[in-house]
Write a protein that binds this ligand. Structure first.
Ligand code: IMP
Ligand code: MG
Length: 178
């Protein structure tokens, strides 16, 4: 599909499924090199990162654990500074290498709030992996360890990302048509 209409808005194709998969291939190789001997605990941030996490973790053949947490700070097409608590974290993080798996880092506010909470739980180290990063929207200065792709400031949907609840199921990523 070249275009999709979701609610009141039209989106045009931005990243094909093939491009996304090639990005993840390359990212997985970089990550594996550094974390394969650390028995990492992947903390997948729901809902947006579910597809990315499934495709990323299938590429790893070393021992690792996976858990899912929820936190949401996003309403409509604009990021807000409302950050909710981490829900669903029942693993002991003490002395673990924790890798947060995110769909996208936009303003950076969500992770700026989340990482310190995980460090407080005595994780040995907390690394950040995100499929997409919007450098021009980023308001923070922390390090993002693994970035799949840097993208412009467009609002996007598909491959886990939603616009008011819809679009997560799409295998490709679309951007808001201007
Ligand atoms: P941040 O706190 O601004 O970095 O926002 C992070 C969260 O906002 C991401 O995990 C996404 O769930 C959501 N988000 C940011 N940009 C987009 C977008 O373009 N489309 C859909 N969701 C987005
Ligand atoms: Mg998210």
């Amino acid at each position: 599909m070249k275009e999709v209409t979701i609610h009141d808005k039209t989106f045009e194709i931005f990243l094909s499924s093939d491009t996304i998969q090639a990005t993840i291939d390359e990212l997985a190789q970089r990550m594996a090199k550094e974390i394969k001997d650390k028995n990492p605990l992947f903390l997948v941030v729901l809902n947006g990162a579910f597809m990315f996490a499934a495709d990323l973790l299938k590429r790893f053949d070393f021992n690792c654990e996976v858990s899912f947490v929820k936190l949401s700070s996003y309403i409509g097409t604009q990021s807000t500074s409302i950050v909710r608590e981490i829900i669903g974290l029942d693993e002991v993080l003490r002395d673990r290498t924790v890798v947060i798996v995110e769909d996208i880092i936009d303003t950076g506010i969500t992770m700026a709030n989340t990482v310190p909470k995980l460090i407080k739980l005595e994780a040995k180290e907390v690394r950040l992996a995100t499929l997409l990063f919007k450098p021009n929207a980023f308001q923070k200065d922390y390090k993002i360890d693994y970035i799949g792709m840097k993208i412009p400031n467009d609002f996007i949907v598909g491959y886990g990302l939603d616009y008011d609840g819809l679009g997560r199921n799409l295998p490709d990523i679309y951007k808001l048509k201007s």
